[in-house]
Design a protein around this ligand. Structure first.
Ligand SMILES: [Mg+2]
Length: 236
C-alpha cells in the first residue's frame, strides 16, 4: 500500500506547523511504509510546516502539485508555467471587482508550475485569513473566480486551495498527475476532496480508477490533522 498525504489542513493546521506530539507519532508511523507527500506549496514552506525529518523520511515529496519532485532531499524534476499578460489582467480585474475590502500584499504569486492568486493577499494576519475564509464560504468568491478562469482559458485549471487562495496551472498539472507514476494500491488523505478543492483531482481519479477496477484505493476526506491522526492510529 502506498500512503499519500496532502499537508496543509491534513497533517498540519492550515499554514501552521505540525503539532509536536503528532510529529513524533507520525515519524514512527512512517517506519517501513511507502509515504508520499503532495502539496501546492514549495519545498521551503513544506519544511517549515512538517519539519525536515518528515520531509526527508518520505519516500517522495511532490511540491507545487507535483510540478517539482524531491527524493531524499534532492530535486529530481521540475516543470514551469508562466503567467501570461492576459491572465494577469483577468486576475487584476478580480482584485478590482471583489467586495472583500481588507487587503494585504502579494495577491499574485508565481510558484513552480503554478500561479497562486488571493484577493486578501498572502501577507494577511491569521485573524484576517480566517475572516476571509468564513466570508468566502458564504460568498463563493473563490469558486466563482475558478470557474471564470476555466471558462476563459480551456487549457488551464483553477482550484480552491487552503483558506485564502486559488491555484492556476496548465490542465492536468494538478495533484492528480502524481498518480501517473504511483502504481498499485493507494490510500489518500486530504482535506479538500470535494469538487473545486485542490485534493479533488487526486481523490476523484482514485474513485474513478477504483470504480473501473483499475486500482485498489481508499480516500480519507479528513476534517483536519486531528482527524488524520485518528485514522492513522488504526492503521498498522
Ligand atoms: Mg489541504
Amino acid at each position: 500500500m502506498k500512503y499519500v498525504f496532502d499537508i496543509d489542513g491534513t497533517l498540519t493546521p492550515s499554514r501552521l506547523k505540525i503539532d509536536s506530539e503528532f510529529e513524533t507519532f507520525f515519524l514512527e508511523w512512517m517506519e517501513g511504509k511507502e509515504i508520499y507527500l503532495v502539496t501546492g506549496s514549495d519545498k521551503d514552506k513544506t519544511i517549515e510546516q512538517v519539519g525536515e525529518k518528515i520531509w526527508t523520511k518520505a519516500t517522495r515529496v511532490y511540491q507545487s502539485c507535483g510540478n517539482a519532485v524531491y527524493e531524499n532531499g534532492e530535486l529530481i524534476r521540475q516543470i514551469d508555467f508562466d503567467l501570461g499578460k492576459d491572465l494577469k489582467k483577468l486576475l487584476e480585474q478580480f482584485l478590482e471587482v471583489s467586495e472583500w475590502e481588507d487587503r494585504y500584499d502579494i495577491h499574485i504569486e508565481k510558484r513552480i508550475g503554478l500561479i497562486n492568486f488571493s484577493t486578501i493577499g498572502r501577507t494577511c494576519t491569521q485573524e484576517a485569513r480566517e475572516k476571509y475564509a468564513t466570508w468566502d464560504k458564504v460568498s463563493g468568491e473563490r469558486i466563482l473566480f475558478c470557474k471564470l478562469i476555466e471558462d476563459r482559458y480551456p487549457h488551464l485549471e483553477a482550484t480552491v486551495g487552503g483558506q485564502i487562495s486559488i491555484d492556476i496551472y496548465p490542465k492536468g498539472k494538478n495533484k492528480g498527475q502524481i498518480l501517473d507514476e504511483l502504481e498499485g494500491s493507494v490510500s489518500f488523505f486530504g482535506d479538500r476532496c470535494a469538487p473545486g478543492g485542490n485534493d479533488y483531482p487526486i481523490a476523484h481519479r482514485l474513485d474513478y480508477e477504483r470504480m473501473k477496477m483499475q486500482r485498489m484505493s481508499v480516500v480519507f476526506d479528513v476534517e483536519g490533522w486531528e482527524d488524520t491522526w485518528n485514522y492513522l492510529k488504526n492503521i498498522k
